[in-house]
Design a protein around this ligand. Structure first.
Ligand code: DX5
Ligand code: ZN
Length: 216
C-alpha cells in the first residue's frame, strides 16, 4: 500500500491548521520542508512550527531537512515531534553517526539524494536507514517539473533493496508528483509520494489525494 505525504510548503501558511485539517483523513503522512537558505536557495520553517503542527494532527510528521548542518538540530526536531527525519547525503560527513543519532532520539531515519547525486553514496548505509528519499526535482521550491531521469534511478534502488533483502525500506519521492505520473513512479518502485502543489493548489486537496491513490 503506497503512502501520500502532502507537503505543507504549498499550503496557505496563514491558515496552516485549516489546510492540514482538510487533508487529515485522506493523507498518510505530513511532509514538512525545512530550508536554511544555504543548502537550498529558499528559507522556510523550523522546529517551532513542527511543534505547533504536532498539537493538532495525528499524521506522522515527515520532516525533510534541506540544511547544511542537520546534526545540530536532531535533538530539537525530536523534541518538536518529528517522526521521520530525513537528511541530505550531500552535507553529511559522518552519515552513519547522523543516522544513528536520529534513531537514538526515537525517530525513523531517512537519507535523501539530489537528482545529480549517485546512488552509490548510500550503498553502505542502506542497512541502517528506514527510508531513502530520491529527489525528483532540485530541492528548494514547490511546483517544479518532475525530472524523468529519476525513474531509472528509482528502479535501480528498488532492485538493490530486493537483492539485499532490504525491501522493507521505504523509497520516498519528492518533486513534481501528481495523479498524472504517480503510477509510473510507483511501478519503478517508490512507496511514499510527497506532493505539494498537486494537492494544495487543487480545489479539493483530500479528493486529489484519493485520486492519486486510485491512479496507482
Ligand atoms: C522541494 C521540496 C518538496 C516540495 C514538493 O524542495 O522538498 O517537498 O514541496 O513540491 P511539489 O510537489 O509541488 O513539486
Ligand atoms: Zn521535501
Amino acid at each position: 500500500m503506497i503512502k501520500i505525504s502532502p507537503s505543507i510548503l504549498s499550503a496557505d501558511f496563514a491558515r496552516l491548521r485549516d489546510e492540514i485539517q482538510r487533508i487529515e483523513h485522506a493523507a498518510d503522512w505530513l511532509h514538512v520542508d525545512v530550508m536554511d537558505g544555504h543548502f537550498v536557495p529558499n528559507l522556510t520553517i523550523g522546529p517551532p512550527v513542527v511543534r505547533a503542527i504536532k498539537k493538532y494532527t495525528n499524521l506522522p510528521l515527515d520532516v525533510h531537512l534541506m540544511m547544511t548542518n542537520p546534526d545540530d538540530f536532531i535533538p530539537l526536531f525530536a523534541d518538536s515531534g518529528a517522526n521521520y527525519l530525513t537528511v541530505h547525503v550531500e552535507v553529511c560527513h559522518h552519515l552513519h553517526r547522523t543516522v544513528n543519532e536520529i534513531k537514538k532520539r526515537g525517530m525513523k531515519a531517512g537519507v535523501s539524494l539530489n537528482p545529480a547525486t549517485s546512488l552509490s553514496l548510500v550503498e553502505e548505509i542502506l542497512g541502517d536507514v528506514d527510508m531513502i528519499l530520491i529527489m525528483t526535482v532540485n530541492p528548494g521550491f514547490g511546483g517544479q517539473k518532475f525530472i524523468p531521469a529519476s525513474l531509472p534511478k528509482i528502479r535501480r534502488l528498488r532492485q538493490q533493496l530486493e537483492d539485499r533483502q532490504l525491501a522493507h525500506i521505504e523509497i520516498e519521492v519528492d518533486g513534481g508528483i501528481s495523479a498524472a505520473n504517480i503510477r509510473e513512479v510507483a511501478e519503478a518502485g517508490a512507496t511514499v509520494f510527497v506532493a505539494g502543489s498537486a494537492v494544495f493548489d487543487s480545489p479539493d486537496p483530500a479528493e486529489t489525494i484519493r485520486q492519486m491513490k486510485i491512479a496507482v
